[in-house]
Design a protein around this ligand. Structure first.
Ligand code: TEU
Ligand code: CA
Length: 538
C-alpha cells in the first residue's frame, strides 16, 4: 500500500454558509472560517473541505456556479479566499475545494451564450428540440424548455443547474484551465461533485420506465467517464501535489475500483452511499426503521471488497445528522462516540462534518416554512401530488431533509448559538443551549474530547490508517467488532451497537491494552449500552 498525506490526514468539512458569520449579516463567510482556525487546530484536523463558495445565484446553496473564478458576495472576496488559503497553510492545514463540474448555474455566461447559440458555446450543454422523459435527482422532470433557444436543456438537478456537455472538447479545456487556476492559488485538492455522471449518451434517448431517475441508464457507467477523468488526471491533477475525492452515486466496489484503483490514474478516492441507506430503501424519502446491522453490512462490505482507498464518513451537508438517524438520544454521548469509533478505526480517509464532533442533531423544525432547501420543497410538492399526506411528508422531511445538517454551527449558549449576532439564514437548532462547542470544551467526558482522542490516535498509530481489516463475529447483530493488522501489530474495535447490557465472548484480545473507551468503568465480558472499546496489541 502506497503511503500518502491524504490517506493519513483527517478531513473536516465546512459548510461555509453555516459555520461562522464574521460580519453579522446572518450568513457564514470566509473571514468567519479564518476566525475559527484555532478551533480547527484544537480539534487536530489536517485538511479542510469547503462546500462551494463561488459566485452563484444560490438556487442550490452554491452548487449552482455562475463564475468558477470568483467568490460569492455572501462569503467575501477573492482576497478573503487568498487570505484563507494562506492562513490555513500557516496553521498547517490543507484546503480542499468543492469542484462542481457536472453542471453550472443557468446564469453562467457559458449557458447564456449557449442559449443564444453563440459561437463555440452552442453545444456546451445538452440540448434537444423535443422533450425527453428523464427525471431529476431533486424530483420532477430533467428537461426544461428554454424560451430563448426554443429547445429543451438537461438538468439532472434543479432547473437552474444545466448539465455541461463533456463530449465537447472546449468544455473540457475551459474546465481544466479553471482547475489549474485554483491549484496555482495553492488549493490542495478537490471534492468532485457527482463526478461519475458527467459523461452521457449524447443522443439522449428516452429512458426506460422506472420509478426514479428515469433516463439514468444513459449516464450511469458511461465509458467516456473514464476517458474524461484520465484526461483531467493526466493534464492537471498529476502535475500538482493534490488529491481528489469523487462524490459518486449508485456505485459498487467494482465500479468504484475502476475510478480509484491507483493504476487507473483517475481519482484518489470516492464517497459511496451504501451505508447511507441503512434507514431507507435507497431513495432516502422511503424511510425504514434503522437496524444497526444495516449499517454494519455495507461498511464491512466496502472495507473488504474495494480494491482501492476508502473514505470514512457518517455525515455531510446532504444528510440528516448521524445521532438522529443511527444513534439513540437516550444514550446520547455513548451512541455518538460509538458511531465515531465504528467508522474512524476503519481503513480509509476520515471525513468529519462540522458539528458532528459536538454531537449536533437533526433540526427538529415543525413547519415546512422553516426549511429552505430546494430539494426539500420539491419533494414535498411531489409527495403531495402523489397523494402522500402532509404529516407523512413532514415525517420524512424531519428525518431526511438536507437542512438537518445545515443549521448554524452551535458555538455557545448565547443568542443564535454564537453563530451570528443577526438572525441566521436558517434557524438555529433549539438544543443549542446544551449542545455547543463551549460546553464541549468546558465539560469533562464530551463528544468533542472523544473526537480529539480519535484524531490523535490516528496520527500516532499507522495501523489505524493502513492496517488490514477483518470482521469479528460478523453475523452478530448487536456487536460490531473488527480487527486491524499492520506489520506485527493488531488493533481491535469492539462495540455494543444496542441499548442492552450484553455478555460477550471471552475474546483473547480482552487482556490487551485499552487505548479508547466510552465508559469510565469497564467489566471485561459485560458490555453496557452502546459501549465502545479499542484495544491495541503491540
Ligand atoms: O449531491 C448529489 C446528489 O446525489 C444529491 O442529489 C444527493 O443524493 C442528495 O442531496 C441527497 O439528498 C451533490 C451535492 O452534494 C448536493 O449538495 C448538490 O445539491 C448536488 O450535488 C447538485 O450539485
Ligand atoms: Ca456574513
Amino acid at each position: 500500500m502506497e503511503k500518502a498525506w491524504y490517506k493519513e490526514g483527517v478531513v473536516y468539512q465546512i459548510y461555509p454558509r453555516s459555520f461562522f458569520d464574521s460580519n453579522n449579516d446572518g450568513i457564514g463567510d470566509l473571514k468567519g472560517i479564518v476566525a475559527k482556525i484555532p478551533y480547527l487546530k484544537e480539534l487536530g484536523v489536517d485538511i479542510v473541505w469547503l462546500s462551494p463558495v463561488y459566485k452563484s445565484p444560490m438556487e442550490d446553496n452554491g452548487y449552482d456556479i455562475s463564475d468558477y473564478q470568483d467568490i460569492s458576495k455572501d462569503f467575501g472576496t477573492m482576497d478573503d479566499m487568498k487570505d484563507l488559503i494562506f492562513k490555513m497553510h500557516e496553521a498547517g492545514i490543507k484546503l480542499v475545494m468543492d469542484l462542481v463540474i457536472n453542471h453550472t448555474s443557468k446564469e453562467h455566461p457559458w449557458f447564456i451564450k449557449s442559449e443564444n447559440k453563440d459561437g463555440k458555446y452552442v453545444d456546451y450543454y445538452h440540448w434537444e428540440p423535443k422533450k425527453r422523459n428523464w427525471s431529476s435527482f431533486f424530483g420532477g422532470e430533467a428537461w426544461t424548455f428554454s424560451e430563448k433557444r426554443g429547445e429543451y436543456y438537461l438538468h439532472l438537478f434543479a432547473k437552474g443547474q444545466p448539465d455541461l456537455n463533456w463530449d465537447n472538447e472546449n468544455v473540457r479545456q475551459d474546465i481544466k484551465e479553471m482547475i489549474k487556476f485554483w491549484l496555482d492559488l495553492g488549493v490542495d485538492g478537490f471534492r468532485c461533485d457527482v463526478i461519475n455522471i458527467i459523461a452521457k449518451n449524447n443522443n439522449h434517448p428516452n429512458g426506460k420506465f422506472k420509478l426514479i431517475l428515469k433516463g439514468s441508464e444513459h449516464y450511469f457507467d458511461n465509458p467516456n467517464l473514464h476517458v474524461y477523468l484520465k484526461e483531467l488526471y493526466e493534464d492537471v491533477f498529476s502535475k500538482y501535489d493534490c488529491f481528489t475525492v469523487g462524490e459518486t452515486v449508485f456505485i459498487n466496489p467494482k465500479t468504484a475500483a475502476d475510478l480509484v484503483n491507483p493504476e487507473r490514474k483517475e481519482l484518489n478516492m470516492v464517497f459511496q452511499f451504501d451505508h447511507m441507506a441503512a434507514d431507507n430503501h435507497v431513495v432516502k424519502w422511503f424511510i425504514k426503521k434503522f437496524k444497526p446491522f444495516n449499517l454494519k453490512k455495507p461498511l464491512s462490505k466496502w472495507q473488504k471488497e474495494l480494491n482501492g482507498w476508502n473514505t470514512l464518513y457518517l455525515e455531510n451537508h446532504d444528510q440528516g445528522r448521524s445521532i438522529s438517524r443511527f444513534g439513540n438520544m437516550d444514550y446520547y454521548y455513548q451512541s455518538a462516540t460509538l458511531l465515531a469509533t465504528i467508522i474512524y478505526f476503519q481503513q480509509g480517509t476520515p471525513f468529519i462534518y462540522q458539528g458532528q464532533e459536538i454531537g449536533m442533531t437533526n433540526a427538529h423544525y415543525t413547519e415546512l416554512s422553516q426549511y429552505q432547501d430546494i430539494e426539500t420543497h420539491n419533494i414535498y410538492k411531489l409527495g403531495r401530488k402523489f397523494l402522500f399526506s402532509h404529516n407523512s411528508m413532514m415525517k420524512r422531511i424531519k428525518l431526511m431533509s438536507r437542512d438537518n445538517a445545515r443549521t448554524p454551527m452551535q458555538w455557545n449558549d448565547q443568542i443564535h448559538a454564537g453563530f451570528s449576532r443577526s438572525r441566521p439564514w436558517l434557524e438555529v437548532n433549539g438544543n443549542y443551549k446544551i449542545v455547543n462547542v463551549k460546553n464541549n470544551q468546558e465539560q469533562t467526558k464530551t463528544i468533542l474530547d472523544y473526537y480529539k482522542k480519535i484524531i490523535k490516535l490516528r496520527h500516532d498509530n499507522e495501523i489505524i490508517v493502513y492496517g488490514d481489516y477483518e470482521d469479528i463475529d460478523y453475523k452478530n447483530k448487536r456487536i460490531y467488532a473488527y480487527k486491524r493488522t499492520y506489520n506485527k501489530q493488531e488493533l481491535y474495535v469492539l462495540c455494543n451497537f444496542s441499548p442492552n447490557v450484553i455478555r460477550i465472548k471471552k475474546y483473547d484480545f480482552l487482556n490487551q491494552k485499552l487505548i479508547l473507551q466510552n465508559y469510565s468503568e469497564i467489566t471485561s465480558e459485560i458490555m453496557k449500552p452502546y459501549e465502545a472499546r479499542v484495544y491495541l496489541k503491540k
